[in-house]
Design a protein around this ligand. Structure first.
Ligand SMILES: [Zn+2]
Length: 1089
């Protein structure tokens, strides 16, 4: 009715009536739009404006109302176009160029009309841009309201590509740049941010088209924007301006290909069969992740048949028979138990066979010193036991508390690690330094191999031999006695000889030989400095603007080794990566203290650049070196959210601190201007990302190793297994190290069996052993996920330890462990793939013995167990996660998948055991890093050929999981709270701790505890087991009593809590609050408090 009245009254009723209706309409906009109000108002506008002498007293409120309506009516632009309101408004605007009040109303209306791109294009055709340009040029401080409105309309109009083209053709871009300069320089008190912002938006839209970018570059746009914005960089109030400038600069930075001769890996390896995936054209991981995010629900498996049916075993009985040999525990008669007299066994104990107490893998300064002393008494220390480790864990804790820590006490308050106080440290350490260190450093034994080589072949082969390394290690050990639990340099060197790499590595990385010892401090996530990414991008743009200031000196290159200078140059860092798991392809010095780094694609691949691990030397202490890894591939990274890379300093190690530690600041990760050459890569226009970080090295002329994450090599694993095998108590622990198969690269893939030795070889005892359920744990199918190996290390050490809980676990289960499913990938510094360039965790549906031997035989072994009626209780595959925090599970649930997908199928016919949630629930309670909230049990189509899905569907393991550990850290639970180190508070800030090897190993051990608790909760739990477990846990209760201030529990077994605190070796736990099913812990963490 109102609308009708509007049309009628226009000519008949007096102006006051109309105005009162307009006011009413303001209040009823939505209703009015639905009743055709927009059309009526537009018609009114057209009619009023077309009269001989328009009445602006009507027109102005009408235009204001139109603006209000237009903002709420999605089809307003279209309606305005059809009713010719565009032309009318443009004409009105032209007429009123000198009448500000009328003009500004027209501009507001035009801005609303132009919000639809086709309408904007039409306005452009009708000359709107010429009009607006006339209004905003030349620069003037008069009528700024009009200028603001006009620039806003122009910015909206230029969203249309045809308008942008028109603007380019008419040369407006130059004019806009000049205006931008004028406003930036004259608006010193920042009163006209809106105008400046709109002008930049105009430039942003124009440079969306190719010709716009070309003209922009030709008009020195990069230089102009860079210069006008540089002074505002640190100014947060200028955010609105800077962010648009950054967008324009990044977009217009000319794209170029990477400074590499080929996109494919520098290393190639001849493999059997044609490669099915990985070669050019395959979708990269970054895209996959994006797809994963976008299509999450679409990707869910909703085919009930596929979810519920178990495929028929396609393996023949004869094929499965080969796995009998991998389950010797089922057939072995343990005759040796008879032949061995009690005396012999006890003499073994005297030799220290017991030393695998779990707690020696969480070393303390005290334990280190003990080891050192014993080393003095025996040449190599490998066979030497340390009976002190049989102390119960809490006794150990007391010892540690009463012993002064000589190394870290001296740190300034609040300092977390040695690398954060490099200046003081340098002075300190020079005093402590053994006199010989400096001399020995003139010829670092693991550093001299590369520089003097003139061609590729000698570059790769002329390196010090391993036996020479052994001699050097002896010399070093004489001067710098050290010991690291479960590590021995000589074992490592011996094992390294058997490791086969594609490049034929002959050099051993110092950290691997010398070993890593978890530092006695935890490291918080790095808080990101505000505006750091902008600052870094500006530094990048500076290279474009002042190419003369870019050094561009190649200082390391696998492809062009002849470029390397043999002179002992002091003006640049020396790099190398020619050792196991090493990955660095090229290093270019771009400024005095800045290097661009390029990493190698996976072997036989053109992609997956993410893992890096290289050696650097020749540095000056206390200088900030910036490193840019410029060919990363993932679309985002935890490096943007508190994660730091890791570093190992040889000088620090020789001074008694052999630690990989998190280092680096000013860290960010962003898309850069490098695009892969489509011809070379087959993946057109693939983007690259820069990881940039700065490092201040702790010593002059040190040798440091930098890595994406804590390295853990294949040789390290083999040495570790050797060590474990030699040190387990053979009377109690059945530890069998077998070869699952040979990899494509010719390396044996280890299979470890751990269970308890039978008490005797009586048939009862043998029977008991053979009836123990199986647990299968695998890890490191993805070589870049070294965190998975540290978790696995914790699992292995715990399982063979003298801890009574480990004993009970061994008596209850047979553990089948494949600690490294992709040795070749690990050895050759791959991030994701096997030597065939395949992601092995996408090959579980139909692996072949020839192409994916480790997957084929793991699956075969699982099939065999299934076939003999011994399906594992739990199957778990350890991984690392680059996008999320904490540790969490992926599992498989039919119902959760169907519900999430909103599937209409009748799920009541599906019976599902919800037992798949029990283990994650337990771990959420007992493992500090674990977060059940991050777990997912959805079955995705794109994950159909992963281990967990195949083992779940084909083998029928209900509890089939992937356990993901963050590369970064924890943002929940105990690792998000404050920690006291000595008397200094380490504040992990709002973000929490980064995961270190200590926390990862702890996760591995706690995982085992989870298996025990799972068994306690299961219906099949025997009364014998229950009694044993209870006794064990009650014993702990007394020891732990004084640590527990208050104890409350709901449905959860009280023992959970005891064990939980037992696992927080250094931690005092207060159970703070019970809420529903969850216990929230308020952990105050003290280290030697
Ligand atoms: Zn993975």
């Amino acid at each position: 009715m109102l609308v009708d009245q509007l049309n009628d009254y226009q000519s008949h009723i007096q102006r006051e009536y109309l105005l009162s209706y307009l006011r009413l309409l303001f209040k009823m906009i939505h209703y009015m739009i639905s009743k055709g109000g927009s059309e009526a108002l537009l018609q009114t506008l057209v009619d009023s404006a077309r009269t001989a002498s328009p009445d602006y007293n009507i027109l102005l409120p009408l235009l204001r109302l139109l603006v209000k309506v237009g903002q709420r009516d999605k089809k307003f632009g279209k309606k305005a176009l059809e009713l010719e309101a565009l032309d009318v408004t443009l004409i009105l605007a032209r007429k009123n160029l000198s009448h500000n009040q009328n003009l500004i109303h027209c501009l507001w209306a035009l801005q609303v009309f132009a919000s639809r791109v086709t309408t904007a294009a039409m306005l452009g055709i009708n000359g709107a841009m010429e009009l607006l340009f006339k209004v905003i040029t030349p620069y003037s401080r008069k009528c700024t309201r009009i200028i603001r409105a006009a620039t806003e309309v122009l910015a909206v109009l230029l969203k249309s590509k045809s308008n942008s083209r028109r603007a380019v053709n008419r040369g407006y871009l130059n004019g806009l740049l000049r205006l931008h300069q004028d406003w930036q320089s004259h608006d010193t008190s920042n009163d006209f941010i809106q105008i400046r912002r709109s002008l930049l938006l105009c430039l942003k839209h124009i440079t969306n088209i190719q010709s716009g970018r070309e003209v922009f570059l030709g008009a020195q746009g990069m230089e102009i924007l860079f210069t006008t914005t540089q002074k505002y960089l640190g100014n947060q109030s200028m955010d609105a301006i800077i962010s648009i400038v950054i967008q324009i600069l990044r977009k217009c930075y000319p794209k170029c290909s990477l400074p590499l001769s080929t996109a494919s890996s520098y290393y190639s390896f001849s493999v059997p069969g044609s490669m099915s995936s990985g070669p050019p054209g395959t979708i990269n991981e970054g895209k996959l992740y994006l797809l994963h995010l976008l299509l999450k629900d679409d990707d869910l498996e909703t085919d009930l048949k596929k979810l519920t049916s178990k495929p028929v075993l396609s393996w023949r009985e004869e094929e499965l028979k080969q796995y009998e040999a991998m389950c010797l525990e089922l057939s072995h008669n343990f005759q040796e138990l008879n032949s061995k007299s009690g005396d012999e066994l006890s003499s073994e104990e005297d030799l220290g066979i017991h030393q695998c107490n779990y707690f020696c893998n969480i070393p303390t300064q005290t334990s280190s010193k003990k080891h050192c002393q014993e080393r003095d008494q025996s040449s190599q220390g490998l066979e030497t036991g340390d009976t002190h480790f049989q102390d119960p864990p809490l006794k150990q804790m007391k010892i540690m508390k009463s012993t002064g820590d000589t190394t870290y006490e001296e740190g300034a308050p609040g300092k977390i690690g040695p690398y954060l106080s490099s200046n003081d440290q340098e002075e300190d350490s020079s005093q402590r330094e053994a006199p010989n260190t400096q001399a020995s450093f003139k010829e670092p034994p693991w550093g001299a191999e590369v520089c003097s080589c003139q061609n590729k072949n000698t570059f790769l082969s002329s390196s010090i031999r391993i036996d020479e390394t052994s001699e050097t290690v002896s010399k070093f050990l004489e001067r710098h006695p050290m010991d690291i639990p479960f590590h021995n340099p000589y074992t490592y060197i011996a094992k390294a000889e058997g490791t086969k790499s594609v490049p034929g590595f002959k050099v051993l990385a110092f950290p691997d030989v010398w070993g890593h010892h978890s530092p006695p401090f935890s490291q918080p996530m790095l808080e990101r400095k505000c505006g750091i990414q902008r600052a870094k991008i500006f530094e990048d743009v500076q290279r474009f603007i002042h190419p003369d200031k870019v050094m561009g000196r190649v200082v390391f290159s696998l492809d062009e080794p002849w470029l390397l200078q043999s002179t002992d140059a002091t003006e640049y860092l020396k790099f190398s990566s020619g050792f196991e798991s090493g990955n660095l392809r090229k290093a270019i010095q771009v400024r005095e203290f800045e290097y661009d780094l390029l990493i190698n694609a996976d072997v036989n691949c053109v992609q997956h650049q993410q893992w890096f691990y290289f050696k650097v030397s020749g540095m000056k202490a206390a200088m900030a070196y910036r490193f840019n890894v410029i060919n990363c591939e993932k679309v985002n990274s935890q490096f943007n959210y508190g994660m730091q890379p890791t570093m190992y300093s040889v000088k620090e190690a020789l001074q008694g601190r052999p630690h990989w530690v998190r280092v680096g600041y000013d860290i960010c990760y962003y898309k850069n201007h490098y695009r892969q050459n489509p011809a070379a890569a087959g993946a057109p226009g693939k983007c690259h990302y820069t990881l940039t970080f700065s490092v201040t090295f702790p010593h002059n002329e040190d040798v440091c190793y930098l890595a994406y994450h804590y390295p853990y090599t294949y040789t390290a694993l083999m040495a570790h297994l050797d060590f474990l095998e030699k040190s387990v108590n053979r009377k109690k622990v059945y530890f069998q190290h077998q070869v699952l198969c040979q990899t494509l690269g010719g390396n044996p893939c280890p299979l470890v069996t751990i269970t308890a030795m039978p008490e005797s070889n009586s048939s009862d005892h043998l029977q008991q052993l053979r009836q123990r359920p199986y647990q299968v744990i695998v890890a490191r199918v993805h070589p870049g996920e070294s965190n998975a190996s540290w978790v696995m290390k914790g699992t292995l050490e715990f399982l063979v330890s003298s801890d009574p809980i480990a004993g009970l676990l061994r008596e209850s289960f047979i553990f089948k462990i494949i600690p490294m499913l992709n040795p070749d990938g690990v050895i050759n510094g791959n991030h994701r793939c096997s030597l065939r360039g395949e992601d092995l965790n996408r090959q579980w549906l139909s692996p072949t013995a020839q192409h994916q031997p480790t997957i084929y035989h793991t699956k075969g072994l699982l099939h065999y167990l299934n076939n003999i009626g011994r399906t594992p209780v739990v199957f778990c595959d350890f991984h690392g996660h680059s996008q999320k925090k904490n540790v969490f599970f992926y599992g498989c649930s039919i119902k959760e998948t169907l519900w999430q997908a909103g599937c209409t199928a009748d799920t009541s016919i599906v019976t599902e055991d919800i037992g798949y949630r029990t283990l994650p629930k337990i771990l959420d309670q007992v493992a500090p890093a674990f977060a059940i909230s991050s777990c997912s049990f959805l079955v995705e189509k794109s994950r159909a050929s992963t281990a967990r899905v195949v083992v779940w569907r084909e083998i029928g393991v209900l509890r089939s999981y992937t356990m993901e550990s963050s590369y970064c850290g924890c943002n929940q639970g105990p690792y998000k709270v404050s920690i006291f180190l000595k008397n200094d508070l380490i504040n992990p800030g709002p973000m929490g701790l980064q995961l270190g090897t200590r926390e990862l190993e702890e996760m591995g051990a706690t995982f085992c505890l989870g298996l025990l608790l799972l068994q306690l909760k299961s219906l099949t739990c025997s009364s014998h087991f229950m009694a044993q477990a209870s006794a064990l846990l009650d014993a702990r209760k007394d020891i732990l009593g004084h640590h527990l201030h208050r104890l409350v529990y709901s449905f959860i077994h009280i023992h959970f809590i005891f064990i939980c605190s037992y696992f927080h070796r250094y931690f005092t736990i207060y159970i703070h609050k019970i809420h529903g099913d969850n216990i929230f812990f308020n952990h105050s963490v003290f280290i030697s408090a």
